[in-house]
Design a protein around this ligand. Sequence first.
Ligand SMILES: CC(C)(COP(=O)(O)OP(=O)(O)OC[C@H]1O[C@@H](n2cnc3c(N)ncnc32)[C@H](O)[C@@H]1OP(=O)(O)O)[C@@H](O)C(=O)NCCC(=O)NCCS
Length: 191
Amino acid sequence: MHEPLPEGGMIRKLWISETDVYRDHLLRLDKESRRRRFSGAVADEYIVRHAGTANEVGVVIHGFFVDGVLRGAAELRSHGSVFGREGEAAFSIEQPWQSHGVGTVLLERTLLSARNRGIKLLSMHCLADNQRMQQLARKFEADLKFDFGSVVGEVDPPRSTPLSLMREAVADAHGVATAILDVQSRLIDPA
Ligand SMILES: CC(C)(COP(=O)(O)OP(=O)(O)OC[C@H]1O[C@@H](n2cnc3c(N)ncnc32)[C@H](O)[C@@H]1OP(=O)(O)O)[C@@H](O)C(=O)NCCC(=O)NCCS
Protein backbone atom coordinates (compact mmCIF):
# COMPACT_ATOMS: atom_id res chain seq x y z
CA MET A 1 0.00 0.00 0.00
CA HIS A 2 2.86 2.44 0.68
CA GLU A 3 4.90 4.13 -1.98
CA PRO A 4 8.59 4.51 -1.15
CA LEU A 5 9.44 7.64 0.85
CA PRO A 6 12.52 9.80 0.19
CA GLU A 7 15.64 8.29 1.78
CA GLY A 8 15.87 8.70 5.55
CA GLY A 9 12.22 9.69 5.82
CA MET A 10 9.61 8.17 8.11
CA ILE A 11 5.96 8.87 8.88
CA ARG A 12 4.34 8.80 12.30
CA LYS A 13 1.63 10.63 14.18
CA LEU A 14 2.70 13.70 16.12
CA TRP A 15 2.60 13.41 19.90
CA ILE A 16 0.56 15.93 21.92
CA SER A 17 3.77 17.49 23.23
CA GLU A 18 4.95 18.31 19.70
CA THR A 19 3.02 21.51 18.96
CA ASP A 20 6.32 23.44 18.82
CA VAL A 21 7.70 20.96 16.29
CA TYR A 22 4.58 21.50 14.16
CA ARG A 23 4.84 25.29 14.53
CA ASP A 24 8.49 25.31 13.40
CA HIS A 25 7.64 23.18 10.35
CA LEU A 26 4.76 25.47 9.31
CA LEU A 27 6.94 28.55 9.78
CA ARG A 28 9.61 27.02 7.52
CA LEU A 29 7.21 26.71 4.56
CA ASP A 30 8.21 28.97 1.68
CA LYS A 31 5.84 31.82 0.80
CA GLU A 32 3.94 29.97 -1.95
CA SER A 33 3.53 26.74 0.03
CA ARG A 34 2.30 28.76 3.02
CA ARG A 35 -0.26 30.49 0.79
CA ARG A 36 -1.45 27.17 -0.57
CA ARG A 37 -1.56 25.51 2.85
CA PHE A 38 -3.65 28.26 4.45
CA SER A 39 -5.58 29.28 1.29
CA GLY A 40 -4.10 32.77 1.44
CA ALA A 41 -1.25 34.81 2.88
CA VAL A 42 -1.11 34.53 6.68
CA ALA A 43 1.21 36.12 9.25
CA ASP A 44 3.62 34.20 11.49
CA GLU A 45 1.38 34.97 14.51
CA TYR A 46 -1.53 33.19 12.81
CA ILE A 47 0.63 30.09 12.31
CA VAL A 48 1.84 30.15 15.91
CA ARG A 49 -1.78 30.30 17.15
CA HIS A 50 -2.86 27.59 14.71
CA ALA A 51 -0.06 25.20 15.71
CA GLY A 52 -0.93 25.76 19.36
CA THR A 53 -4.27 24.01 18.78
CA ALA A 54 -2.66 20.89 17.31
CA ASN A 55 -3.03 18.94 20.57
CA GLU A 56 -6.78 19.55 20.87
CA VAL A 57 -9.25 16.67 20.96
CA GLY A 58 -10.25 15.61 17.44
CA VAL A 59 -6.97 16.61 15.83
CA VAL A 60 -4.72 13.95 14.30
CA ILE A 61 -1.50 14.97 12.59
CA HIS A 62 0.66 12.61 10.60
CA GLY A 63 4.19 13.90 10.26
CA PHE A 64 6.94 13.15 7.75
CA PHE A 65 10.31 13.27 9.53
CA VAL A 66 13.80 13.36 8.04
CA ASP A 67 16.67 12.94 10.49
CA GLY A 68 14.29 13.77 13.33
CA VAL A 69 13.06 17.03 11.76
CA LEU A 70 9.41 17.43 10.74
CA ARG A 71 9.38 18.22 7.00
CA GLY A 72 5.77 17.46 6.09
CA ALA A 73 2.42 17.11 7.82
CA ALA A 74 -1.19 16.11 7.20
CA GLU A 75 -3.63 17.64 9.66
CA LEU A 76 -7.03 16.02 10.21
CA ARG A 77 -9.63 17.83 12.31
CA SER A 78 -12.92 16.13 13.08
CA HIS A 79 -16.06 17.72 14.41
CA GLY A 80 -19.76 16.92 14.77
CA SER A 81 -21.56 14.06 16.50
CA VAL A 82 -20.68 10.39 16.27
CA PHE A 83 -23.51 9.99 13.74
CA GLY A 84 -22.75 12.92 11.50
CA ARG A 85 -19.01 13.34 11.79
CA GLU A 86 -17.27 15.68 9.42
CA GLY A 87 -13.62 16.43 9.03
CA GLU A 88 -11.17 18.78 7.44
CA ALA A 89 -7.74 17.85 6.13
CA ALA A 90 -4.79 20.06 5.21
CA PHE A 91 -1.33 19.20 3.92
CA SER A 92 2.02 20.93 4.17
CA ILE A 93 5.29 19.66 2.76
CA GLU A 94 8.44 21.76 2.77
CA GLN A 95 9.54 22.62 -0.75
CA PRO A 96 12.64 20.35 -1.11
CA TRP A 97 10.48 17.32 -0.21
CA GLN A 98 7.56 18.12 -2.54
CA SER A 99 6.84 15.86 -5.54
CA HIS A 100 8.60 12.88 -3.93
CA GLY A 101 5.49 10.91 -3.04
CA VAL A 102 5.22 12.17 0.55
CA GLY A 103 1.79 13.77 0.01
CA THR A 104 0.51 10.50 -1.43
CA VAL A 105 1.49 8.52 1.68
CA LEU A 106 0.18 11.24 4.01
CA LEU A 107 -3.20 11.34 2.24
CA GLU A 108 -3.43 7.56 2.38
CA ARG A 109 -2.80 7.61 6.16
CA THR A 110 -5.26 10.50 6.64
CA LEU A 111 -8.02 8.67 4.77
CA LEU A 112 -7.48 5.62 6.97
CA SER A 113 -7.69 7.74 10.14
CA ALA A 114 -10.79 9.54 8.83
CA ARG A 115 -12.44 6.23 8.09
CA ASN A 116 -11.61 4.85 11.53
CA ARG A 117 -13.08 7.95 13.20
CA GLY A 118 -16.39 7.57 11.38
CA ILE A 119 -15.88 10.71 9.31
CA LYS A 120 -18.34 10.68 6.45
CA LEU A 121 -17.45 13.95 4.82
CA LEU A 122 -13.90 15.26 4.62
CA SER A 123 -13.16 18.70 3.21
CA MET A 124 -9.85 19.82 1.81
CA HIS A 125 -9.65 23.53 1.20
CA CYS A 126 -7.56 23.75 -1.89
CA LEU A 127 -6.94 26.81 -4.06
CA ALA A 128 -8.35 26.31 -7.55
CA ASP A 129 -4.86 26.70 -9.11
CA ASN A 130 -3.29 24.02 -6.92
CA GLN A 131 -2.64 21.43 -9.65
CA ARG A 132 -0.49 19.20 -7.49
CA MET A 133 -3.08 18.86 -4.73
CA GLN A 134 -5.75 18.14 -7.32
CA GLN A 135 -3.55 15.50 -8.97
CA LEU A 136 -2.92 14.01 -5.56
CA ALA A 137 -6.65 13.86 -4.79
CA ARG A 138 -7.27 12.26 -8.19
CA LYS A 139 -5.02 9.36 -7.23
CA PHE A 140 -7.60 8.45 -4.58
CA GLU A 141 -10.63 8.85 -6.84
CA ALA A 142 -11.98 5.48 -5.70
CA ASP A 143 -12.18 6.76 -2.11
CA LEU A 144 -13.13 10.38 -2.61
CA LYS A 145 -15.29 12.75 -4.57
CA PHE A 146 -13.56 15.93 -5.58
CA ASP A 147 -15.22 18.88 -7.25
CA PHE A 148 -12.42 20.44 -9.27
CA GLY A 149 -14.65 23.36 -10.20
CA SER A 150 -14.73 24.57 -6.60
CA VAL A 151 -12.11 25.06 -3.95
CA VAL A 152 -13.38 22.30 -1.68
CA GLY A 153 -12.93 18.57 -2.17
CA GLU A 154 -15.12 16.06 -0.39
CA VAL A 155 -14.03 12.64 0.69
CA ASP A 156 -16.50 9.96 1.53
CA PRO A 157 -14.48 7.21 3.15
CA PRO A 158 -16.08 3.82 3.71
CA ARG A 159 -16.87 2.59 7.25
CA SER A 160 -14.17 1.38 9.59
CA THR A 161 -13.65 -2.37 9.84
CA PRO A 162 -11.58 -4.45 12.27
CA LEU A 163 -8.97 -4.62 9.52
CA SER A 164 -8.85 -0.84 8.94
CA LEU A 165 -8.58 -0.25 12.72
CA MET A 166 -5.76 -2.78 12.87
CA ARG A 167 -3.96 -1.15 9.93
CA GLU A 168 -3.91 2.18 11.78
CA ALA A 169 -2.79 0.51 15.03
CA VAL A 170 0.03 -1.31 13.24
CA ALA A 171 1.14 1.93 11.52
CA ASP A 172 1.12 3.72 14.91
CA ALA A 173 3.18 1.00 16.58
CA HIS A 174 5.62 1.02 13.68
CA GLY A 175 5.88 4.83 13.93
CA VAL A 176 6.74 4.71 17.64
CA ALA A 177 9.29 1.94 17.18
CA THR A 178 10.95 3.74 14.27
CA ALA A 179 11.05 7.03 16.21
CA ILE A 180 12.81 5.32 19.14
CA LEU A 181 15.35 3.66 16.82
CA ASP A 182 15.86 6.99 15.03
CA VAL A 183 16.64 8.82 18.29
CA GLN A 184 18.95 6.02 19.40
CA SER A 185 20.87 5.98 16.13
CA ARG A 186 21.31 9.77 16.24
CA LEU A 187 22.57 9.54 19.84
CA ILE A 188 25.13 6.94 18.80
CA ASP A 189 26.12 8.82 15.63
CA PRO A 190 25.28 12.51 16.09
CA ALA A 191 26.93 13.50 12.76
C1 LIG B 1 0.20 19.61 -2.42
C2 LIG B 1 1.16 18.68 -1.67
C3 LIG B 1 0.52 18.23 -0.37
C4 LIG B 1 1.37 17.42 -2.57
O1 LIG B 1 2.27 16.55 -1.94
P1 LIG B 1 3.56 16.00 -2.72
O2 LIG B 1 4.31 15.13 -1.83
O3 LIG B 1 4.27 17.18 -3.30
O4 LIG B 1 2.84 15.18 -3.88
P2 LIG B 1 3.26 13.73 -4.45
O5 LIG B 1 4.71 13.70 -4.73
O6 LIG B 1 2.70 12.68 -3.56
O7 LIG B 1 2.51 13.78 -5.84
C5 LIG B 1 1.13 13.63 -5.95
C6 LIG B 1 0.72 13.78 -7.40
O8 LIG B 1 0.81 15.14 -7.78
C7 LIG B 1 1.27 15.23 -9.13
N1 LIG B 1 2.46 16.08 -9.11
C8 LIG B 1 3.65 15.88 -8.49
N2 LIG B 1 4.46 16.92 -8.71
C9 LIG B 1 3.77 17.79 -9.48
C10 LIG B 1 4.07 19.07 -10.02
N3 LIG B 1 5.26 19.64 -9.81
N4 LIG B 1 3.10 19.68 -10.75
C11 LIG B 1 1.90 19.11 -10.96
N5 LIG B 1 1.56 17.90 -10.46
C12 LIG B 1 2.49 17.26 -9.74
C13 LIG B 1 1.52 13.84 -9.64
O9 LIG B 1 0.40 13.38 -10.33
C14 LIG B 1 1.68 13.09 -8.36
O10 LIG B 1 1.32 11.74 -8.45
P3 LIG B 1 2.30 10.70 -9.23
O11 LIG B 1 3.70 11.03 -8.81
O12 LIG B 1 1.84 9.36 -8.75
O13 LIG B 1 2.04 10.95 -10.66
C15 LIG B 1 2.56 19.34 -1.40
O14 LIG B 1 3.18 19.64 -2.64
C16 LIG B 1 2.46 20.60 -0.55
O15 LIG B 1 2.47 20.52 0.67
N6 LIG B 1 2.36 21.77 -1.18
C17 LIG B 1 2.30 23.06 -0.46
C18 LIG B 1 1.05 23.21 0.40
C19 LIG B 1 -0.21 22.79 -0.30
O16 LIG B 1 -0.41 23.01 -1.49
N7 LIG B 1 -1.12 22.16 0.44
C20 LIG B 1 -2.38 21.69 -0.10
C21 LIG B 1 -3.52 22.50 0.37
S1 LIG B 1 -4.26 21.83 1.82
